[in-house]
Design a protein around this ligand. Structure first.
Ligand code: SF4
Length: 252
């Protein structure tokens, strides 16, 4: 059985690549969270480190789930409930690239089906006059856009039978979104009816800051990658991870 000092192991890298492993201890809400991170030795892209960053999102979501259950408040989110998959899902730029790459790698005819859903979603946003507002940055603008987007009821292109068809590769926002309010409330969400779980640390905004501060709506992921083909310079993995983790919590 894992002890409190056993690290959570997260890794990134491709088979055959030279890797290095390091340890870091996060201090989260006064509690030590040891991590063992294995990353490529050579300079790398942020996208290549997403398995670790997504793992951090899942880790903090799991910790929040455990804490709420200890308090007797169950998480309502279940496989087969895709109500939140019609919301505006924010991505870090590296996540948009990764999703576009994932779609590129799908076999036909699946790839065309998914691409068609992205195109349909964009057409509906354009018809609703929302496409030009997708780059809004302030919290107020984003909240208003989120309501208008949800009213369009555009299902995520990856939603199948109300379940996520890319569950292992789902974005950080999807991992970090948990509610304790009744699942049916998510069909007509409002500030009064949704009890969203606050995580002790939130890796997605930290990553968005590290990548320059701009987020990408999931429905725009393919267009974003096509418009921004250059992923930027490769950098040492420990440097990138320190920048993200440094925005999360105190580390020792
Ligand atoms: S990626 Fe998956 S979990 Fe996230 S919104 Fe789409 S279907 Fe839902």
């Amino acid at each position: 059985m894992a002890g409190p000092d056993d690290p959570v192991r997260l890794s990134a890298g491709t088979p055959g690549e030279r890797l290095q492993t390091g340890r870091v201890v996060l201090v989260v809400a006064g509690e030590r969270v040891p991590l063992e991170l294995t990353v490529p030795s050579a300079p790398t892209s942020v996208e290549a480190l997403l398995p670790i960053l997504r793992g951090l999102s899942s880790l903090f979501a799991e910790r929040a789930t455990g804490q709420r259950e200890t308090e007797g408040r169950a998480i309502s989110c279940r496989a087969g409930c895709g109500a939140c998959c019609r919301q505006l899902v924010p991505l870090a730029p590296s996540e948009a690239r990764a999703l576009a790459r994932l779609v590129d790698a799908l076999p036909e005819p699946r790839r065309s089906v998914i691409r068609g859903r992205f195109d349909d979603g964009l057409a509906r946003l354009e018809a609703a006059g929302l496409l030009g507002r997708m780059g809004t940055r302030t919290a107020e603008e984003r909240a208003a856009l989120g309501i208008a987007y949800f009213q369009q009821a555009i299902a995520c292109p990856f939603l199948e039978d109300e379940s996520c068809s890319i569950h292992p590769d789902r974005p950080m926002a999807c991992r970090e979104y948990l509610v304790t309010s009744p699942a049916e409330n998510c069909r007509t969400p409002s500030a009064d009816t949704i009890e969203k779980v606050t995580l002790e640390a939130d890796p997605l905004p930290a990553l968005v800051q590290v990548e320059g501060g701009g987020w990408v709506a999931l429905i725009l992921a393919l267009r974003y990658r096509d418009d921004n083909p250059d992923p930027g310079p490769l950098r040492p993995a420990p440097t990138v991870l320190r920048e993200v983790i440094g925005r999360l919590v105190k580390e020792t």
